[in-house]
Design a protein around this ligand. Structure first.
Ligand code: ADP
Length: 636
């Protein structure tokens, strides 16, 4: 039996005492209850230095003990806990309790406090308002939203229920004061539980009847009542004769509770949908003790520590922080607390699963009022995992640096190409002049070397031209002249231009284009692409091989295919042939080339609104497919 039970018994005894003005009966009632609950307790009355047991207790000087006020709990000379009772400022005695074996009751103090509060509430001078102690107690209880009732099970009469009806908004005499009537006001869903709670108490299974239920108020709404009671008198056959109790309207409290729980649920829902952790962190004024008063569930995914672990022990997070950063974390919090400034820190942790992550914490500090707290600090904040963001930032920094380097390279190549072209044009011009000179004509012995100088110069000029094209495309400075171009004549022209190179390589170049195809293209640039594809088909071919150019319409596009019977491209090189300077298997071969042609061709095709792709296998030949928008009129 604990203090709460003592409190309940004492409350009843006091209630009885106040209602009936009979202290002796009240005390013996209390003793009987205590004995009924199996606790053998002696209650004594200490007055004028003399201890008298309750049975021998003479009535106190003023028979209306209800007017007696109880002082603060104190200990008597023999160490027993007592409740001093005063009447008209004069101490009339002490209410003492000792265990039957004479031991001092250590759990008597809370009982005394509660009893003192009750007694104080009813023990004011009798000259007021009603002059009735019961009314005083009722007023005190009513102040706390609690009403008293009394029930006689034998007759079903509710002897004391007026205030209960009034609490629900009915006139006191509106209903017959019976429990049967009151039951009708109880919500149908709660009625059986209510009765069951009473029966458990009646059978002695529970010390006190207690139940929370809904009752119908006069305005048609349901009000929540918290009802407690106890059978205080039984007949000789054990059947209940009299029951006393209280009921408290807790509707507002329930509404506040459900509001608070809705707020909590809403916060949890919001917290579940934000990527980081929401929290409230508290720290004592001396900065020594810190704890999370709230932390959202996401902390498990982000820190690898559950919310329950963190609220129980904030250092569970600190232990995950990289050791070198712990002090920095503490110091930054101390500065934030001292200056009342926003806290912000990026720090590394190792999660429980071993993953190393970077967190960014931000929070606003608030001084905890010394009146309510200890003058410490509360931070309301947010912690996010910024590992991916940091990696992205680093990658973007690298990208900016790479782009700057690439721009510098493009600029350099562009300038160099220009610078090389001027002297090269002079070399080409003079070698042509030498070849054509008639006065005096070129000696036969020099004719071949001069021809070689010119051919090498022309090759160099083509390469520089490609390089310039590439730099212009990369810098976005290449301008195209888009027209409707008849494909067939252009293909014939390209095939004719290829004949010398093809003959030298003993490769057959064939143009098989359907007549009348029109493409939207820059004629010069399309010619450049076709020559590049045909030239590659010849270059990477075998003696006796063939290169075939076919074209056909495909809806809004014209498809041009250049297929060869050459060496093909191995799978590992296939994906990179359109990248500048990638020569695949021919990086060190004797076949001349720079690895620029296809890169320029693809860019040009794309600038004309088309695409270029390749299909090839090593030793199986290659097929390049160029698709360009058609300008064909729709013909039936
Ligand atoms: P280049 O021919 O000057 O090296 P390209 O950009 O035209 O540069 O071609 C890039 C690379 O693609 C070539 O070095 C070669 O390895 C491969 N390639 C291109 N066309 C063919 C082809 N028809 N057959 C086999 N390989 C080819």
């Amino acid at each position: 039996m604990g203090p709460t039970d003592w409190l309940a018994l004492s409350r009843q005894a006091l209630l009885h005492q106040v209602t009936h003005g009979d202290a002796v009966h009240s005390l013996s009632l209390l003793r009987r209850h205590l004995m009924e609950t199996g606790r053998s307790v002696s209650i004594s009355w200490l007055a004028d230095g003399e201890r008298r047991w309750v049975d021998e207790l003479a009535p106190p000087p003023n028979p209306a003990l209800g007017a007696v006020a109880a002082g603060a709990p104190a200990q008597s000379a023999d160490g027993c806990w007592c409740l001093p009772l005063d009447h008209l400022s004069a101490r009339v005695g002490l209410l003492c309790m000792t265990a039957a074996d004479g031991d001092v009751l250590t759990d008597f103090e809370p009982l005394c406090e509660a009893a003192a509060a009750l007694a104080a509430a009813c023990g004011r001078p009798r000259a007021r308002a009603s002059g009735d102690d019961s009314a005083l107690l009722r007023m005190a209880l009513r102040g706390a939203g609690t009403y008293v009732w009394e029930w006689h099970p034998g007759t079903d009469e509710l002897a004391d229920i007026d205030e209960g009806f009034e609490m629900l908004g009915y006139a006191a005499d509106h209903f017959a004061p019976t429990q049967a009537m009151w039951d009708l006001l109880i919500h149908p869903d709660d009625r059986d539980h209510n009765h069951a709670a009473y029966l458990r108490h009646e059978r002695g299974e529970i010390d006190q009847y207690e139940h929370i239920y809904r009752a119908l108020a006069a305005d048609g709404r349901w009000r929540w009542l918290h009802e407690r009671g106890r059978i205080v008198e039984r007949s000789l056959d054990g059947s209940p004769r009299r029951m006393l109790g209280t009921q408290t309207d807790i509707t507002l409290q329930r509404e506040l509770e459900s509001q608070a729980s809705a707020d909590r649920e809403r916060l949890a829902l919001i917290a579940r949908h934000v990527p980081g952790v929401l929290y409230q962190f508290m720290q004592s004024a001396d900065g020594r003790v810190g704890w999370f008063s709230y932390v959202s569930e996401r902390c498990e995914a982000i820190f690898g520590v559950t919310a329950a672990e963190l609220t129980a022990d904030a250092s569970a997070l600190l232990r995950r922080v990289h050791p070198e950063w712990r002090e920095r974390l503490r110091a930054s919090l101390a500065v934030s607390a001292r200056r009342g400034a926003q806290w912000r820190l990026e720090f590394p942790i190792r999660r429980r699963d071993g993953a190393d992550r970077w967190l960014l914490g931000t929070a606003s500090p608030q001084r905890v009022d010394a009146q309510v707290g200890d003058g410490g600090t509360a931070w309301f904040g947010y912690i996010a995992d910024v590992t991916d963001l940091r990696e992205l930032e680093a990658a973007s920094r690298d990208k900016v640096a790479a782009e700057a380097a690439s721009r510098a390279k493009t600029e350099f190549l562009s300038r160099m190409s220009h610078e090389l072209r001027t002297p090269l044009n002079a070399v080409l011009g003079f070698s042509q002049l030498l070849e054509l000179s008639r006065t005096p004509p070129l000696a036969d012995a020099h004719r071949r070397p001069v021809q070689l100088i010119r051919e090498a110069g022309e090759h160099l000029l083509t390469m520089i031209g490609d390089l310039l094209d590439l730099t212009r495309i990369e810098s976005g400075h290449l301008r195209l002249q888009l027209d409707s171009v008849a494909l067939s004549p252009l293909v014939d022209e390209c095939v004719a231009l290829m004949q010398a190179q093809a003959a030298a390589a003993q490769v057959n170049v064939i143009g098989a284009t359907a007549a009348g195809l029109l493409v939207r293209a820059d004629r010069t640039r399309l010619k450049q692409i076709l020559l590049n594809l045909l030239s590659n088909g010849v270059k990477y071919n075998r003696s006796g091989g063939a290169v075939t150019l076919r074209a056909h319409g495909d809806g809004a596009f014209v498809v041009i295919e250049v297929a060869d019977t050459g060496v093909g491209i191995a799978a590992e090189h296939l994906g990179r042939v359109f990248e500048p300077f990638q020569r695949g298997a021919h990086g060190h071969s004797t076949i001349e080339g720079t690895g620029i042609g296809l890169a320029v061709s693809r860019s040009l095709a794309e600038l004309m609104g088309g695409t270029i792709d390749v299909q090839s296998q090593a030793q199986q030949g290659s097929q390049f497919t160029l698709r360009l928008p058609s300008t064909q009129q729709c013909t039936l």
